[in-house]
Design a protein around this ligand. Structure first.
Ligand SMILES: Nc1nc2c(ncn2[C@@H]2O[C@H](COP(=O)(O)OP(=O)(O)OP(=O)(O)O)[C@@H](O)[C@H]2O)c(=O)[nH]1
Ligand SMILES: [Mg+2]
Length: 200
C-alpha cells in the first residue's frame, strides 16, 4: 500500500467546525503522552505532521489529517488526533472545554469509522480500562495498541504485554498490537487492522 498524500486539514475546538464532507474518520484516543500524535506520524511516515511533545497535554483540539492511499478500502480518510485524557496539569477550565468536545465527537459522529485506543505497554491504568469499557458501551469496537514497545526489555516483553492484555480485560482472541515509533514495530500490523476495519 502506498500513501499518496497526508495533509493537516484543520484543528477543531467546537463540533460545528468538524468537516461535513462525510469522509470516513479513524480517531486516536488515549492518555496524555501515550503517543497518539507520534503513532499518527509513524503510520504516515511523516516526522512532524502531528505535533508531539515530551510534556503531556500537547494536543488540545481535534486535529484532522486527510490521508489518501493506494488501498481501495482506505483510498481517502481522515486520521483524527485527539487531546489526551488524564492529564492533571491542564487547567480545569480547559479540560471542561475539551472533555465534552471529545465525548460528543466519539459519541455522535456519523462519519467515525473506527477508534484506536492507545495504552502504554508498561503502564495500563484503571482509566485505560474504563475508557475501553466506555468506548464499547457507546458502540465502538476499538483497536487497542500498546505504545512505546521499544521500552520493553526483551526478557520482560511477553510478560508485560500479557499483563497489559489482562489489565485491560481483553478477551483471549482480542488483539493488543505492540507499537514502537522508534523501531517501526507494529506499523504493518496496525495498517492491516485499519484496512480490516474499513472493509467491514
Ligand atoms: N521510546 C518511545 N517514545 C515514544 C514512542 N511514541 C511516543 N513516544 C514519546 O512519547 C512522548 C509523547 O508523545 P506524543 O505523541 O506527543 O503523545 P500524545 O499521546 O499525542 O500526547 P498528548 O497530545 O499530550 O495527549 C514524546 O516524547 C514521544 O517522543 C515510542 O514508540 N517509543
Ligand atoms: Mg498529541
Amino acid at each position: 500500500m502506498k500513501i499518496f498524500a497526508a495533509e493537516f486539514i484543520k484543528s477543531c475546538v467546537a463540533p460545528e467546525q468538524f468537516p461535513a464532507d462525510g469522509t470516513p474518520e479513524i480517531a486516536f484516543v488515549g492518555r496524555s503522552n501515550v503517543g497518539k500524535s507520534s503513532v499518527i506520524n509513524s503510520l504516515l511516515n511523516r516526522r512532524d505532521l502531528a505535533k508531539t511533545s515530551r510534556t503531556p497535554g500537547k494536543t488540545r483540539a481535534v486535529n484532522l489529517f486527510l490521508v489518501s492511499t493506494s488501498d481501495p478500502v482506505l483510498s481517502q480518510f481522515y486520521l483524527v488526533d485527539l487531546p489526551g485524557y488524564g492529564f492533571a496539569k491542564v487547567s480545569k477550565a480547559e479540560r471542561a472545554r475539551w472533555a465534552p468536545l471529545i465525548e460528543s465527537y466519539l459519541t455522535e459522529r456519523p462519519s467515525l469509522l473506527g477508534v484506536v485506543l492507545l495504552v502504554e505497554s508498561r503502564v495500563v491504568t484503571e482509566q485505560d480500562r474504563q475508557t475501553l469499557i466506555w468506548l464499547r458501551a457507546i458502540g465502538h469496537r476499538p483497536l487497542v495498541v500498546a505504545t512505546k514497545a521499544d521500552k520493553l526489555k526483551p526478557s520482560e516483553r511477553v510478560r508485560l504485554l500479557r499483563q497489559a492484555h489482562r489489565d485491560l480485560g481483553l478477551a483471549d482472541g482480542e488483539m493488543l498490537i505492540p507499537y514502537s515509533v522508534v523501531t517501526g514495530d507494529g506499523r504493518d500490523r496496525l495498517w492491516g487492522a485499519l484496512r480490516d476495519l474499513a472493509k467491514t
